[in-house]
Design a protein around this ligand. Structure first.
Ligand code: DX5
Ligand code: ZN
Length: 217
């Protein structure tokens, strides 16, 4: 199965965002991945509501929104109003994860949970039948352009086993350091979707790179 490709806008050219979103509209990208960082949960601040609003008006693709923020439950309704289709919160940032996931689904968005590289996969066992997606971070969140942590491959396989054991329909998305050289191994380990930032936007032909990422896997 070909994976869903979700290019991360974090690596786009913010001076020419319209051009980059139009390229994604033309491309074989399945989703647009939006990385929202608050400078507290991660040591970086990215972009917020006005940018998402502008992207929503331009984008023909679903918005896959990755919240790297503390207390994400404060903004669930806001992200729905902004037009996000999929909302992913971090396991480490949610004291009442089950409630937060329920609230996201009640807003008619797909609900995802993201795991930092050190967070045990086993912590998902009691929520795996509730979530639509699990985002495995294959770098420490906060920045684009980092190196893929190899151990993530074992984590993807472990999660795939858990999903099958529980007859869950959750998709596995992998985020961080994905490129044309490692995408085949990531998909083989069990990924349904991959995020790619630098590999797409820093390449000579981003549209072709997206096509190749699909082909190579
Ligand atoms: C990292 C973000 C990623 C990042 C991916 O905190 O969650 O989505 O933008 O970028 P690359 O593909 O360059 O590692
Ligand atoms: Zn991300």
């Amino acid at each position: 199965m070909k994976p869903l490709i979700a290019p991360s806008l974090l690596s786009a050219d913010f001076g020419h965002l319209e051009k980059d979103v139009q390229m994604l509209n033309r491309s074989q990208a399945d989703w647009i991945h939006l990385d929202i960082m608050d400078g507290v949960f991660v040591p970086n601040i990215s972009f917020g509501m006005p940018v998402i609003k502008a992207v929503r008006q331009l984008s023909e693709k679903p918005l896959d929104t990755h919240l790297m923020i503390v207390q994400p439950e404060r903004y669930i309704h806001t992200f729905k109003e902004l037009g996000c289709d999929l909302l992913t919160v971090h396991w480490e940032a949610c004291t009442h994860l089950h409630r937060t996931i329920t609230q996201i689904k009640e807003e008619d968005m797909l609900a995802g949970v993201a795991l930092n590289p050190h967070t045990p996969i086993s912590g998902l066992e009691d929520i795996i039948n509730e979530v639509n997606l699990v985002l495995i971070m294959s770098v420490n969140p906060g920045f684009g352009g980092q190196k893929f942590i190899e151990r993530s491959l074992h984590r993807i396989s472990e999660l795939r086993e858990m999903i099958e054991r529980n007859h869950s329909e959750a998709l596995i998305e992998v985020d961080g350091g994905v490129n044309p050289d490692n995408i085949a191994a990531i998909v083989k380990a069990g990924a349904d979707a991959v995020v790619a930032g630098n590999a797409v936007f820093k390449s000579d032909d981003p549209e072709l790179t997206i096509q190749n990422l699909k082909k190579l896997s």
